[in-house]
Design a protein around this ligand. Structure first.
Ligand SMILES: N[C@@H](CCC(=O)N[C@@H](CS)C(=O)NCC(=O)O)C(=O)O
Length: 215
């Protein structure tokens, strides 16, 4: 029986950047969260189907109801806490980078992710090269922001978007975007920022000790 008053996140994916983001934000916002991993058969159970949004995971259940979409879930946990900026410009910057990530970055780098993590063996060398080049160009884009601001939204401390983007990029920094790549000047501010987010207590609590690949 699902406890309707708990913050429970259901997923079948143990390596999801979206799930990581929700875990880190819950830790940073100091709100309770229980992550429950489901098998395909468990997702298909009557109890899960009764929650609605059939087949849509991650799925979050709380006292207010049921939510899907990881950014909406993470924001729900962060609203009203010190993790979520209240300043209009900082909120706009938060949304700008989140939208850039999910609408521009992820679709274009996904061929490289599929090849790196073995989601598919069908990626051609040309598709991989395009995705890899685009991924590296995105680091340069983010670097411009982090030369201007210590934290992505221009907040005095790490905020929602820092935690979210560090989760989104952590698989990349642990594999292809190694320390050699990150020490080049156009990437240095991103490297400094990522290492700082990785050292924050909330990030460590949810993710453990994440380190960039040596090479
Ligand atoms: N836009 C959706 C994507 C959901 C999605 O496809 N998530 C992937 C992982 S990032 C997945 O494996 N979902 C299945 C699951 O959690 O069991 C979101 O952010 O919630």
């Amino acid at each position: 029986m699902v406890e309707a008053t708990s913050n429970i996140l259901y997923t079948g994916n143990m390596a999801s950047p979206g799930v990581d983001m929700i875990k880190v934000i819950a830790a940073a916002a100091d709100v309770p969260l229980k992550v429950v991993f489901l098998t395909a058969a468990e997702k298909d159970s009557a109890e899960q189907k009764a929650l609605g949004f059939p087949g849509k995971y991650p799925k979050f259940v709380c006292a207010d109801g049921v939510l899907i979409e990881t950014i909406a879930i993470a924001k729900y946990l962060a609203h009203g806490t010190s993790v979520m900026p209240t300043d209009a410009w900082q909120k706009a910057k938060t949304d700008q980078w989140l939208l850039w990530q999910v609408e521009t970055v992820f679709p274009k780098i996904y061929p490289a992710m599929k090849a790196i993590f073995g989601f598919s063996t069908e990626v051609t060398a040309a598709e991989y090269k395009d995705a890899d080049m685009f991924m590296k160009s995105c680091v340069k884009t983010l670097n411009v922001e982090l030369v201007a601001n210590e934290w992505i939204a221009g907040t005095p401390e790490a905020s929602f978007v820092d935690y979210a983007m560090a989760c989104y990029w952590s698989l990349m920094f642990q594999t292809v975007l190694d320390k050699g790549f990150l020490k080049a000047k156009p990437h240095q501010a991103v490297a400094t920022w990522f290492n700082k987010v990785c050292a924050l207590p909330a990030f460590v609590k949810a993710m453990g000790h994440v380190k960039c690949a040596e090479k």
